[in-house]
Design a protein around this ligand. Structure first.
Ligand SMILES: Nc1ncnc2c1ncn2[C@@H]1O[C@H](COP(=O)(O)OP(=O)(O)OP(=O)(O)O)[C@@H](O)[C@H]1O
Ligand SMILES: Cc1ncc(COP(=O)(O)O)c(N)n1
Length: 261
């Protein structure tokens, strides 16, 4: 039977991150992609020029419409924008009892633009993380969620344990923004730390890496519920995309990794 994945995230008009990146990853990995849009961003490779947030009821209604009719095998949650949308999403995921929920706690874009109102962090911690099968913070987001500074491997492990304590079943701390010549991601499944290391590609084309990674994890979970296997497959997938897009020139800023093929 056809596998079905839903992304609950913001639209990136530039096509490199958000809903657009997620649907491209779903399609490439072979699952049927659906979307519940939380916000429309005015965005290109140079940054975010504006955000139009959708009402929480509109977001909830999109989720209900697709799950009640088509059904879902996994869900990826990306940009939420504010506390009301975050609470509504957590509530609808609970109501539909969705098991495979991958939460990318999007706070800031690669360009440095803020994508989440600061008071929504508490709602993510209290309401959304307990629903997460895997949460995928980058270094900055992990520091905010865990409430500690990340300065090296030991603090990554500590942050992963602290975020696990907030209720997420699995925690993947991404290494894209660590000072290292390799890109190492650490996954804590509640018992064991798993380390995934690949070479760091020297490129400015990294727009959408985090979105693509989390949607690829959600897509792979449709075929195999083992979280570490899904993370490994998604990390390999993102690495291939970054390597392929390395010298591509698209736009005048940080180019996208989701190119055809
Ligand atoms: N230059 C790179 N070379 C290889 N892998 C990378 C590179 N940059 C990021 N990655 C990988 O891409 C994934 C996303 O990591 P990152 O820490 O960049 O997330 P993010 O900050 O949410 O994404 P973004 O940079 O899109 O905001 C991780 O698996 C990370 O290891
Ligand atoms: C709508 C939307 N969602 C998420 C991101 C984060 O992606 P990135 O960190 O790659 O800029 C983004 N820029 N836009």
């Amino acid at each position: 039977m056809l596998k079905r994945a839903l992304t609950i995230a913001g639209s990136d008009s530039g096509g490199g991150a958000g809903i657009q990146a997620d649907l491209k990853a779903f399609e490439n990995i072979g699952v049927f992609g659906m979307s519940a849009i939380t916000a429309v961003t005015i965005q290109n490779t140079l940054g975010v020029q504006g955000i139009h947030q959708l009402p929480a009821e509109t977001v909830a209604a999109q989720i209900d419409a697709v799950i009640s009719d088509i059904g879902v095998d996994s869900v990826k949650v990306g940009m939420l924008g504010n506390a009301a949308v975050t609470a509504a999403v957590a509530e609808r995921l609970a109501a539909h009892d969705v098991k495979y929920v991958v939460v990318d706690p999007v706070m800031v874009a690669t360009s440095g633009d803020l994508l989440l109102e600061t008071d929504a962090v508490q709602t993510i911690k209290e309401k959304l993380l307990p629903r997460a099968f895997i949460v995928t913070p980058n270094k900055y987001e992990a520091e905010i969620l865990a409430g500690i500074k990340i300065t090296g491997a030991d603090s990554v492990y500590r942050a992963a344990r602290l975020i696990h304590g907030l209720g997420a079943r699995g925690v993947l701390i991404k290494g894209g923004h660590m000072d290292d010549h390799e890109a190492t991601d650490v996954f804590f499944d509640g018992q064991k730390m798993h380390t995934f290391t690949l070479p760091r590609v020297d490129t400015r084309n990294t727009h959408g890496t985090g979105c693509t990674l989390s949607s690829a994890i959600a897509a792979y979970l449709c075929f195999n519920p083992d979280p570490a296997a899904a993370v490994q497959a998604a990390k390999d997938y993102v690495y291939r995309r970054i390597a392929k897009a390395r010298d591509q020139v698209l736009g005048h800023g940080s180019g996208p990794i989701c190119l055809p093929g």
